[in-house]
Design a protein around this ligand. Structure first.
Ligand SMILES: *Cc1c(COP(=O)(O)O)cnc(C)c1O
Length: 429
């Protein structure tokens, strides 16, 4: 009884006082109270234990309460939890820097530790602007991107996020005015369609080249802008366009990094000049992101009037976050993440296939350990969420999408349950 009373109290205060992501304070959508989490499961205050289909938004790749990650945090907390990074350094940051340089494509040797994904994108954009100034092209102040992208919620991040379909349409006119190309075709598009897209994109880049500093995209999979996988051929077009016109290629792998698409980083296919990682970097334990770039870009930045990267968050290089990030990377590389991603992808593909062509379903697609069901109407989020919970699964649909990217540690029985939960959400939503 007392647990129930406490839960009611907690939820009541939450409802009155706390904002949740993208929700109203006056008409808040319901939230569920989590009292524990372990492996691929969340425990709710009403006693239910549900399979987590979201990895807490791409982050918890090893699931919850992993003993190795728990230990990394507590051991570092026993030494020191934080010191400023201005004028000081520490082994957790250096150890993480070593690993990031090692596991990302050759040449990405300079590391900026940021405190969230959005800040990482801000830093990447700032680096691109400073680089262009440093190499004597100060008029290159705009960014080139494609429709359908998502790059975070701060203002410059919003400026490269899809202005219409994205979450930031209302800011048009207040944001820096960037150049948007057509969204790349879907990954099953015919070669002729890819060619048609490429011709248009190349023409747009050529038209604006003199004012463009960088090309900023999510590689291979657009995430929060619509869960849209696109062909590798488009990635190569991005690299060619950047090279042809002197733009830096910024790949935002905050969602795709650390194996989710079946590649450790999509950047292995096409190397960027600047790479942003975040989300799964700490295995979902703490907020941390990183921006990696090349020696050439670092030198260009040094040639700008400031001579330095003009950014330095208070919690830059937080030792707890760095320690758990290194532990998470080691755990990932020591295990069979490729096998897990393949296993999850196969289960999602076969489990969701029967939904193709059923009433209300516009498309079913999978990439790596991501499964997406696109409806032909906006999801009734409350009904879909409740139906998934009824089937023992936590999902967070948005727009017209019911999708999942579970922790890599999810077992086969829980995967079956996840697929059923998605089906229930689709039927109810
Ligand atoms: C989530 C996300 C971001 C923003 O990261 P935050 O940590 O939420 O600030 C940026 N880019 C992409 C591709 C993302 O998925």
């Amino acid at each position: 009884m007392s647990i129930t009373a406490t839960a009611t109290d907690v939820l009541a205060f939450d409802r009155e006082h706390l904002w949740h992501p993208y929700t109203s304070m006056t008409e808040p959508a319901p939230v569920r109270l989590v009292t524990g989490a372990e492996g691929a499961r969340l425990r709710l205050a009403d006693g239910r234990e549900v399979v987590d289909g979201m990895s807490s938004w791409w982050a918890a790749i090893h699931g919850y309460r992993h003993p190795t990650l728990d230990r990394a945090v507590t051991e570092q907390a026993g030494r020191f939890s934080h010191v400023m990074f201005g004028g000081l350094t520490h082994e957790p940051a250096v150890d993480l820097g070593r690993r990031l340089v090692e596991i990302t494509p050759d040449g990405l040797d300079r590391v900026f530790l940021a405190d969230s994904g959005s800040v990482a994108v801000e830093v990447a954009l700032k680096m691109a602007l400073q680089y262009q100034r440093g190499v004597g092209r100060p008029r290159r102040t705009r960014m080139l991107t494609v429709l359908g992208g998502y790059h975070g919620d701060t203002f410059d991040c919003m400026s490269v996020t899809d202005p219409v379909g994205g979450m930031h349409a209302m800011w048009r006119g207040l944001l820096p005015d960037q150049v948007f190309g057509e969204r790349p075709p879907s990954d099953d598009a015919a070669p002729a369609e890819v060619d048609r897209w490429a011709v248009g994109f190349r023409a747009l880049a050529a038209e604006h080249a003199d004012e463009l500093a960088a090309l900023v995209v999510e590689p291979l999979l657009q995430g929060a802008g619509g869960m849209h996988p696109y062909p590798e051929a488009c990635l190569r077009v991005f690299r060619e366009v950047a090279d042809e016109h002197g733009l830096l290629l910024v790949l935002d792998e905050i969602a795709t990094g650390f194996g989710r698409t079946g590649h450790l980083f999509v950047s292995e296919l096409v190397a960027p000049d600047i790479l942003c990682v975040g989300k799964a970097l700490t295995g979902g334990y703490l907020s941390l992101a990183a921006v990696l770039t090349t020696d050439a870009v670092a030198r260009g930045i040094s040639g700008s009037e400031a001579g330095v990267v003009m950014h330095g968050p208070t919690f830059m290089g937080n030792p707890l976050a760095c320690a758990v990030a290194s532990a998470s990377i080691d755990l990932l590389l020591a295990g069979d993440w490729r096998g897990d991603v393949r296993r999850i992808g196969a289960a999602l593909e076969s489990g969701l296939a029967p939904l193709r062509g059923t009433p209300g379903v516009a498309d079913v697609r999978t990439l790596g350990a991501v499964g997406v069901v696109q409806l032909d109407h906006p999801v009734d989020v409350a009904a879909a969420t409740e139906a998934a919970l009824g089937a023992g699964v936590w999902l967070r649909p948005f727009r017209d999408l019911v999708y999942a990217m579970p922790p890599y540690v999810i077992g086969d029985a829980d995967l079956d349950r996840l697929v059923s939960g998605m089906g229930a959400a689709v039927a109810a939503g």
